[in-house]
Design a binder for this molecule. Structure first.
Ligand SMILES: [Zn+2]
Ligand SMILES: [Zn+2]
Length: 563
């Protein structure tokens, strides 16, 4: 059968014949002869659909939908290619500015091993163009994607410069490597104690090795110089950065992204500017923080204000602990394989999290907390439980971003609160070289998509770019196989089916922003966001899912990317 849309301005359900007979309802486009995976409960497959006014007008068989083709209808014979809903990423830092303007020392999008020398060379070149006293920084470093069989250290970075503070930021976002000049400017010496929630790491002789974790990085924020820009320059840069990242997203089939920006106002202005110029190719759920968040609460603005292209999101991730990939997340047991007894970094006290969560909850701002380790997840759940007890609100869908290491008791509490976990997607493929640090016992309970589904929890996809690449097909391959680029398989119990992986990356993402009624599946009346793929992800060999090509990405009926 053909399902026909309720037209936005008509509020009438048309039968197929009515639509065909009405010039008004003539579709803008018809796609037919496709293998359509709708992700719509009850009607998983179709061959064709019609689009009008940026929404799906009809979904059904090729024969039925082709009857709707009118004089002005564009037609697309998909020749049995696969079509799926546009992908949705619920946690992405969208750092177009880094990609455009900064020194990139690792591959942001794919697995690629580099040499420490290549990093030093790139930073040397930057130092030569930079006045003394200004920061020289590298981004997208990944400590397990280096060909040298050793860690980057302070001596490497001293080769870059003795006159500039030098920093190499791990793409995971929780550790940075500094040169001696930077350590000296920040007043960090061999005898400086570790602050709460962070570490100044040392070599076997007790000397600083340059690696600094989590809250210990704060002291570097106040030293060294960085270029200053006028408001007009910042807007121009923000605009270019957003236009750039939007193009990257649709290249990989993403049509909706939850943006996490720590420089909220400039990023939001950049998005508004490129939207006005027709360069915003994906939909944005914009997470807020800092002054911007305070202003919204003050003025009574709640999560969800906006339209289907740009909506005020929940909070930027409130960070409760360290990093999974950089091995600083807060565990209830010492890190396996470490003799020091280190259990990771808890970066926020229970009292602070309690007060913050309650305040957001009461203000109608969707809570989003970063918690990786079981200790941090427990802390966040405790805060959410206390907030709900003090001020009950139905269907709040708080997000626990990453929500990496769980157990049965945490899963029960996640289910009871209606939390949406957004675990890492691409890590199972991209970061398989790091899982030996945790071991199989912990990996069985990490990135626990299978456990969440089995418990009836709606989990969404969170690439966390830059920490993980954002390619949804790479993410789905990892979720389905739990096998990484190096051939290692970890936590095979947490595998999901292709259909489940697809739903996590589409409809569940729409649910996370309370938008499942308007997007996330190919269904009559929903926004016409879809992706045409070169091969069928359901039938291709599982370890080739990431190699499927995105042939075309369509947002709101407009082709925004074509291979
Ligand atoms: Zn995070
Ligand atoms: Zn993040």
């Amino acid at each position: 059968m053909v399902r026909v849309s309720r037209l936005p301005s008509a509020h009438v359900v048309f039968g197929a014949q009515d639509v065909a007979a009405s010039g008004y309802a003539e579709p803008d486009a018809v796609v037919f002869n496709a293998k359509v995976y709708t992700v719509e409960p009850g009607v998983p497959r179709a061959e064709a659909f019609a689009v009008k006014g940026g929404r799906f007008l009809a979904v059904g068989s090729s024969e039925e939908v082709r009857k709707l083709i009118g004089k002005r209808t564009q037609t697309f014979d998909a020749q049995q290619m696969t079509v799926v809903p546009g992908f949705i990423d619920c946690h992405n830092h969208a750092v177009g500015d880094q990609l455009l303007y900064e020194v990139i020392v690792g591959n942001p999008f794919e697995v690629e091993l580099v040499t420490l020398d290549s990093i030093i060379d790139k930073l040397n070149a930057k130092a030569r163009q930079t006045p003394p006293g200004y920061w020289v920084e590298g981004f997208f470093f990944d400590d397990t994607k280096v060909k040298d069989k050793r860690q980057l250290n302070v001596h490497d970075l001293d080769k870059v410069s003795g006159d500039h503070p030098v920093a190499v930021h791990h793409r995971g976002g929780h550790t940075t490597y500094y040169n001696s000049k930077a350590l000296q400017m920040a007043g960090v010496t061999r005898s400086t104690p570790n602050p709460p929630g962070g570490t100044f790491d040392r070599d076997e002789t007790g000397a600083l090795n340059g690696r600094v974790t989590d809250r210990a990085e704060v002291v570097f924020e106040k030293v060294g110089k960085r270029p200053q820009y006028t408001a007009a320059e910042r807007l121009q840069r923000g605009r270019a950065a957003m236009a750039h990242i939007s193009k990257q997203f649709v290249r990989y089939g993403l049509t909706s992204v939850h943006h996490e920006h720590f420089d909220g106002p400039d990023a939001l202005r950049g998005i508004e500017a490129i939207r006005a110029q027709g360069q915003l190719l994906h939909r944005v759920f914009f997470a807020v923080t800092g002054h911007q968040l305070e202003d919204l609460i003050e003025s009574g603005v709640q999560t969800g204000l906006g339209d289907e292209w740009l909506r005020i999101g929940g909070t930027v991730e409130h960070t409760a602990d360290g990093s999974f990939s950089e091995r600083t997340m807060a565990l209830s047991i010492p890190y396996p394989g470490m003799t020091s007894g280190y259990k990771g970094n808890v970066t926020e006290t229970q009292e602070v999290i309690d007060a913050w969560v309650l305040r957001m909850h009461r203000a109608g701002i969707q809570v989003n907390c970063h918690a990786n380790g079981d200790v941090a997840i427990d802390e966040v759940l405790t805060a959410l439980e206390r907030a709900q007890k003090a001020f009950p609100v139905a269907d709040t869908r708080p997000q626990i971003t990453h929500c990496t290491l769980v157990n049965d008791s945490l899963i029960k509490r996640i289910k009871a609160l209606g939390v949406v976990p957004a675990p890492f997607t691409t890590y199972a493929y991209y970061n398989s070289d790091k899982f030996h640090f945790y071991g199989e016992e912990l990996m069985k309970r990490s990135m626990a998509y299978r456990s969440f589904i089995d418990a009836g929890i709606i989990a969404a996809a969170g690439s966390d770019f830059p920490p993980g690449p954002f390619a949804p097909l790479m993410g789905m391959q990892g979720m389905v196989t739990r096998t990484g680029w190096n051939g290692e398989t970890w936590g095979a119990e947490q595998r999901v089916t292709v259909a489940e992986a697809l739903q996590i990356n589409t409809l569940n993402g729409a649910y996370a922003s309370h938008e499942e009624h308007i997007k996330g599946s190919i269904a009559v009346g929903k926004l016409a966001d879809y992706v045409v793929l070169s091969e069928d992800l359901h039938t291709v060999v599982h370890d080739k899912i990431k190699d499927i090509k995105v042939v075309r990405t369509v947002t709101g009926g407009n082709t925004v990317y074509q291979a």
